[in-house]
Design a protein around this ligand. Structure first.
Ligand code: UDP
Ligand code: MG
Length: 152
């Protein structure tokens, strides 16, 4: 059966403005992952500094901050077996030009600074990011009636 692994997937401001979010919800749902949290929000700078703490010394950090505060973000949490690694594979490479067709970035993006989507890169970071973006009561625990059709 499904493990309880969770990942944080966020449609970035360009992805929201371009209407790519239904496609993201569709792909993760169709794959069999379960949506356990979702909200449209705007990120403030202090949240983003915590979210991207590992990148604060990078030359692109300030443009990343202005990109990520340029409009609403669709924050989501997904649950399922191996969802962190599988989610990253579904996103494609950080640089959309290196992303295979069939991935979200490979299908919908060109520039790194407009790569439409974020996904946690490890189980540990997923836990950190979920707790940064969501309050515990915003995550919904429920049993999917499809679980036995998705997991053997
Ligand atoms: N980024 C960028 N230029 C770079 C590397 C990263 O603009 O040279 C942006 C890009 O939007 C990326 C985000 O910073 O998604 C976070 O970088 P990270 O290396 O964590 O990539 P990700 O985990 O998002 O694939
Ligand atoms: Mg990253």
């Amino acid at each position: 059966m499904s493990s309880q692994e969770r990942t944080f997937i966020a449609v970035k401001p360009d992805g929201v403005q371009r209407g790519i979010f239904p496609e993201v919800l569709k792909r993760f749902t169709q794959r069999g992952f379960k949506l356990v949290g979702i909200k449209l929000c705007t990120a403030n700078e202090s949240l983003l500094r915590k979210h991207y703490v590992d990148l604060q010394e990078k030359p692109f950090f300030n443009s990343l901050l202005s990109y990520m505060t340029s409009g609403p973000i669709l924050a989501t949490v997904w649950e399922g077996k191996d969802v962190v690694k599988q989610g990253r594979a579904m996103l494609g490479a950080t640089n959309p030009l290196n992303s295979a067709p069939g991935t979200i970035r490979g299908d919908f993006a060109i520039d790194m600074g407009r790569n439409v989507i974020h996904g946690s890169d490890s189980v540990e970071n997923a836990k950190k990011e979920i707790s940064l973006w969501f309050k515990p009561e915003e995550l919904v625990d429920y049993k999917s009636t499809l679980a036995s059709w998705i997991y053997e």
